[in-house]
Design a protein around this ligand. Structure first.
Ligand code: SAH
Length: 326
């Protein structure tokens, strides 16, 4: 829902300011239209219905994976594609993977989003509408900005959206913002009072290899990115999660695990190894054996390391696969 338009529409209708809060409360609790908002006068519900689209996004396509993951492809009013994912875990956790941009201007070589055309930054309302869509399917409790786009290039809208997530059921501590290492954004996030989690897509400890697979490293080299993450840790006192996609023969040797351990302070960083999800790129995913050897070497060197559970690969909803192909 366009929350600014909601306020101006209510003002034009001569309604008191608390009406906006009433409407928001219903939406945040999963209402699927103005009609459901039974403590609003019927005439107001009808007026809103007639003058304000309930969502800034329309659902173009929805897919369900065998593991319960749901992926939605939305279109913005101006026709930009946006994807978001609901992940359901056996322990009951319901986690949203949200997009901050339509497409992505960065061109990480292993990521499908990076190979589609960049559209634009999403508005806060367009981010919130992704969350509201899944909230209508049931309660949700975690969110990660790991969908399309680079959230730290659109931080104003991301932070505005984050400020609304708690009323949907997602506390700031359960919200993670993932970045390629966009340094100005990391600095700003560190100074934010909200205890949001920071995740860094690292993928190679060696500067030249990292530049090769993530061109953004030429602009913001890893050493400087890690210094910014350190500052984030010192201000927030929360571990930074390092994401590391495992590419066979590229970044997955035991020697490269040692190199990674050398650049990470185990008090500040935890590593999450991501099995590569096919995107039509030239890469192949590392074997489970290689992933386990890499993980074991990190652990031996004192770095906590886990392997990310792959979700929704059969509907192209897994990490790196969002490219609005429906
Ligand atoms: N731009 C931000 C947010 C996207 S997060 C960032 O890069 O952090 C998406 C995560 O999935 C990132 O860690 C990204 O590197 C990872 N990823 C991209 N392509 C992937 C692929 N094909 N397989 C597995 N993970 C991938």
């Amino acid at each position: 829902m366009d929350l600014e338009l909601l306020e101006t529409t209510l003002a034009e209708l001569g309604e008191p300011a608390y009406r906006a809060r009433q409407v928001w409360r219903w939406a945040a609790q999963g209402a699927d239209g103005f009609d459901a908002m039974t403590d609003l006068p019927l005439s107001l519900r009808e007026a809103l219905h007639g003058s304000l689209p309930f969502s800034t996004l329309t659902v173009r396509h929805e897919a369900r994976a065998a593991d319960g993951t749901v992926k939605a492809l939305f279109l913005t009013r101006d026709g930009r594609p946006v994807e978001a994912v609901l992940m359901r875990y056996r322990d009951g956790r319901r986690s949203l993977c949200l997009s901050s941009q339509s497409g992505c201007p960065l061109t990480c070589t292993f990521c499908a989003t990076g190979s589609m055309r960049f559209g634009r930054n999403l508005t806060a309302s367009e981010i919130i509408d992704q969350a509201l869509h899944f909230r209508r399917l049931g309660p949700v409790d975690h969110a990660v900005f790991m969908g399309m786009g680079e959230p730290l290039m659109n931080l104003d809208a991301v932070l505005r959206a984050c400020s609304r997530l708690p009323s949907i059921g997602i506390a700031p501590r359960r919200t993670a913002v993932s970045t390629v290492g966009w340094i100005p954004g990391i600095g700003r996030l560190a100074r934010e009072p909200a205890p949001l989690r920071l995740a860094l897509s690292l993928h190679a400890a060696d500067e030249s290899l990292r530049s090769q697979i993530m061109p953004v490293n030429d602009r913001y080299p890893l050493a400087e990115v890690l210094a910014a993450c350190r500052e984030h840790f010192e201000r927030k006192r929360r571990m930074v999660f390092v994401e590391y996609v495992m590419l066979a023969g590229v970044n997955d040797s035991v020697g490269q695990a040692r190199q990674l351990a050398r650049v990470l302070d185990p008090r500040m960083f935890k590593v999450n190894l991501i099995p590569y999800n096919p995107t039509g790129s030239a890469y192949e995913g590392s074997s489970p054996k290689a992933i386990e050897a890499f993980r074991a070497e990190l652990e031996r060197l004192g770095i906590t390391a886990t392997v990310r559970l792959t979700r929704g690969r059969d509907i192209a909803a897994a990490c790196g696969q969002l490219a609005a192909r429906g």
